[in-house]
Structures are given as C-alpha cells and as structure tokens.
Design a protein around this ligand. Structure first.
Ligand code: NDP
Length: 495
C-alpha cells in the first residue's frame, strides 16, 4: 500500500466523473444545476456534481425501460450476462486503488479500510452474484401427475436503487449484484455525499459491455431525485438502504403511485451483551470498541449499546476505553489510520449534539466526547464511551450514527434480553459467553436479523442480511436476495 504522501500526489491526477450517467453516456443534469462535493477530510470542494431531478429520472427510466423491453440484457443468455458482469468485476479490480481513493476523498474513511473492506467486499459481492447468473435453477411443483406445474423466475423490470454514504460502493453493490445478475435494468441514486465511485463504476460497466440503459446513475438529492424515483409509475421496484425515516417515505411513495415493490435496509441500535462468564474479556472489549468505532460509527449494525453484566462492568469499561485510544481520528490518507472523518459537517454536529444530550440526560462520559482535528478544516469526532446509561435515554434509543457507545448494565439473562429487545430496531445483536446453552437460548430470544456469538461481525456475502422490526423489509446478500429482484411465475400445463 502507498504512503499518505503518495496518495496526496495521486489526488492531483484524479479525474472526477461528475455528470449523470444515462443510457450509457455521461450528461449534465437537464436543469444544468450542480452541487459541490466537499471532502470531509479538510472541508474543501472536490468537484461540482450534476444535480439530477425529475426530468433526469424521466430520461433514465425511459432508457431503462426501453432496454428491458428489448430484452438486450433481460433476455440475454445467462452465461453471456455472467461474462459481461465478470469483465466488469475485473475492471473494478484493476481500478481498485483509484476507486478506494475516490471513496476516501468523498466520505473521509481511512484509505486502508476503503481498500481492504469497501473495495474488497464490493468486488467479492459483484463477483459472487455474477457467478449465480447461470447457476440458479427454476422449479417444478409436485402437483398432479397429469400436469406440469412450472415455477419460473423473471426479472422484475426497472429497479431504482437508493443508497447511503457510509459504504457507498458496497451498499450499491449489494443491490447492483443481484439486480443485474437477474436481468433487471437499474437506476442508482447515490447519496448526495458520495456519488463519485458510483459514477466511475457505471463507466466501467459500459466498458465491460453492459448494454446502454441497463445501469444509469443519477447523483442528486433525496427529496427531489430520490422522491421522483420512488413515485415513478414506471419503476417496478425500489431497493433502499438508509434511515428508517426515509425508508417509510418510500413505502408511502409506493402506496401513492404504482404499488411498486419496496425492499428496505434501514437503521439499527445493536445490542452487544457481555455476560460475566465471557471467555476472554480483553478480546471482547477490543471487539466492542471496533464494533462501534469502525467507520467512525457510521455503520447500521454498529454495536452501539454495550449491555454488560453488573459484576464485570467497571473492568469491562476500563478495557474498552483502553482500546478506544487506538481509534482516535487521524489523517484518512495515512494507511495506518484506523478512524477517519465523519461524512460531513452536519453529521458531525448531529453526533456532537447527541453527546450533549447524553450528558444532559445524566449519563457520564467515560472516554472522548469532543470534536477532534479541528485545525484540518475537516469533520472529526473522538471515540466516545458513555457510562451509567439507562436504556430509556435518547442516546440508547436513537440511532446516532457516530462513534458513540452507551453502556447499560443487567443482572441476569432475562433482563439482558429484555433490554436488548427494547428498541424499535432489530438489525443485529451480539453476545459474549462461554456457556453454549445460554448462547443458544439468548440468541433465539433476540429479535434481530443477525446474531453474533462471541463476535460482533460475522457478515459474509454468503449469509443473508437485514432487519426485524423497523430495521427493514427483506434481505440483502446471499441467494435469498435474488428473489427480491424477480417475479415468480406459475405456469400450469394440463397433460
Ligand atoms: P438517509 O435515509 O438520509 O438517505 C439514504 C438515501 O435516501 C440517500 O440516497 C438520500 O439522498 C435518499 N433520501 C433522503 N431523503 C429522501 C426522500 N425524502 N425521498 C427519497 N429519497 C431520500 O440515510 P443516510 O444517507 O443519512 O445514511 C444513514 C442511514 O442509513 C442510517 O440510518 C443507517 O442506519 C442506514 N443504513 C442502513 C444500512 C442497512 O443495511 N440496514 C446500511 C447502511 C446505512 P440524499 O443523500 O441526497 O439525501
């Protein structure tokens, strides 16, 4: 990996793709409007990006629909679709350093993470779904012997993907992989904070041979471009990742337009339960710190509530604080940096606001709690640990989306589960114990799409990911995600 200075030299050579990508070509927004992309590393403008709106959505939907109806992609032989998708993956791999740098500049995450996690996982995801293209079979139902009862899958049509800024390329890949592998046309709206990698990979897709109109990218704002997609009468599905609040808007848009399918991956407030019999308390504390401070806490599954058995609380908090020290924000372009910037000034202010709320609610700051690296002009917050938190407090109930963890204590298993489940969210949960019976019993009782035992992150592309309760509807990743992007048809033949 290059050094920070090498990355600084590379920045001068970066050529930003900053127009909309519609029907296989870059074009300015219909209105000609642009918006500034400000890097959170230093608060400076990187480039001006096309601000798409209703008219651009109209153009993109027309292109996506036309190619879908023509069948150029939707009816292409699966093996041929796979070849094009794998060629795209190879191009992304070839440009991984450039894409990682774009991601770091756009959202301020450490360059080492952008390479080792964002790029590596995006590549693996797109490759994995490309491979499914000619490996998933349709079915015959065990119906009457004088019939053939076929269950076949068809692409759903035009899919709008609306994604957030915390893992821009990876969140997009979780949608693009299965949506494209199953033959759909896609319109991707990246978050306003992170359009750069989406635009670049769309260009690479065209280079790989993806037909025009199959992948369109519209940078712009949620309330305009996002809403226009959500309300469009000719969009068949929305695949969304973002906040619970905006997820609910998409349900409303669908209800008020064409009843399009809506798949949602939304917020979280994940519990991390540490029992007194934890096998390695230091390892659990290091993992608890990583589980909440990674990506500056801007992770939907971040283990933001440490729910620790009363008798080991003081020792555990002390150890988490020791590890928190390794997560102090530093220069995102330095390959040794573990924690970078918050995505923008308003996110930083929001997080500092919650730290204030926590103090006023009576919780005690046991570590951090302040803005950091102010002199850089960028937006950084210290890793922050709250002690003496009650689960009813706002800092324990609301998604902060920053490097802030709340510590809550419990006496017995029943109380631990009760506190863990006392939230509107249900995305992920973790628990630490050496008692296998307890582990299974508690895991069963937890209302979450993913439960980690003696870990906080067991995620892999081969396993489904999604939420119970207000953390979402449907699943990303694994073969389970494919069905979201398909209609299931039953064809009955009387013999
Ligand atoms: P938002 O919900 O604010 O935005 C997500 C996307 O929706 C963006 O592209 C945004 O556009 C768009 N959007 C915003 N408002 C509207 C609207 N009124 N109509 C249509 N579209 C709209 O989330 P953030 O980008 O702030 O991301 C953070 C959130 O994402 C957190 O709550 C986090 O938990 C969640 N998340 C969930 C994950 C999961 O898999 N469950 C994974 C990652 C994040 P714009 O940027 O222009 O506003």
């Amino acid at each position: 990996m290059a050094a920070a200075e090498d990355y600084r030299t590379q920045i001068a050579q970066v050529s930003y793709r900053n127009q909309a990508f519609i029907n296989g070509k870059f074009a300015p927004s219909a209105s000609g409007k642009t918006f500034d992309r400000i890097s959170p590393i230093d608060g400076k403008v990187l480039t001006k990006v096309a601000e798409c709106d209703k008219e651009d959505v109209e153009r993109a939907v027309k292109a996506a629909r036309a190619v879908f109806e023509k069948g150029t992609w939707s009816q292409m032989a699966p093996a041929q679709r796979k070849r094009i998708l794998l060629k795209w993956v190879a191009l992304i791999e070839k440009h991984r350093e450039e894409l990682a740098l774009l991601e770091t500049l756009d959202v301020g995450k450490p360059i080492a993470n952008a390479l080792a996690v964002d790029l590596a996982s995006s590549i693996r995801c797109l490759q994995w779904y490309a491979e499914t293209t000619d490996k998933v079979y349709d079915e015959l139902a065990p119906a009457r012997p004088d019939s053939i009862s076929m269950i076949t899958r068809e692409p759903i049509g035009v899919v709008g993907c609306v994604v957030p800024w915390n893992f821009p390329l990876l969140m997009a890949s979780w949608k693009l992989g299965p949506a494209l592998a199953t033959g759909n046309s896609v319109i991707l709206k990246p978050a306003e904070q992170s359009p750069l990698t989406a635009l670049r990979v769309a260009e690479l897709a065209a280079e790989a041979g993806l037909p025009e109109g199959v992948l369109n990218v519209l940078p712009g704002f949620g309330e305009t471009a996002g809403q226009a997609l959500g309300r469009h009468m000719d969009v068949d599905m929305i695949a969304f990742t973002g906040s619970t609040e905006v997820g609910k808007y998409f349900l409303r848009y669908a209800g008020e337009s064409n009843m399009k399918h809506v798949a949602l991956e939304t917020g979280g407030k994940s519990p991390n339960i540490v029992f007194g019999d934890v096998a390695d308390i230091n390892h659990a504390a290091a993992t608890a710190a990583a589980g909440v401070f990674y990506n500056s806490g801007q992770v939907c599954t971040a283990a933001t509530r440490i729910i620790v058995q009363e008798k080991i609380k003081d020792q555990f908090i002390e150890l988490v604080a020791k590890h928190a020290d390794k997560w102090r924000p530093k220069d995102p372009l330095d390959p040794k940096t573990t924690m970078g910037a918050m995505v923008d000034e308003s996110q930083m202010d929001r997080v500092l606001g919650y730290i204030d709320i926590g103090r006023k609610e009576g919780a005690k700051v046991a570590f951090g709690g302040e803005r950091a690296r102010r002199n850089t002009g960028g937006f950084y917050v210290e890793p922050t640990i709250f002690d003496d938190v009650k689960n009813s407090m706002r800092i324990a109930q609301e998604e902060i989306f920053g490097p802030v963890v709340a510590t809550i204590t419990f006496k017995d298993d029943e109380e631990a589960v009760k506190i863990a489940n006392d939230t509107i969210y249900g995305l992920q949960a973790s628990l630490w114990t050496r008692d296998i019976t307890r582990a299974h019993k508690v895991a069963r009782a937890l209302r979450a799409g993913t439960v980690n035992i003696n870990s906080t992150d067991g995620g892999d592309i081969t396993a489904p990911f999604g939420g119970y309760k207000q953390s979402g509807i449907g699943r990303d990743k694994s073969l389970h995600a494919l069905e979201k992007y398909q209609q299931i048809k039953h064809t009955y033949i009387q013999l």
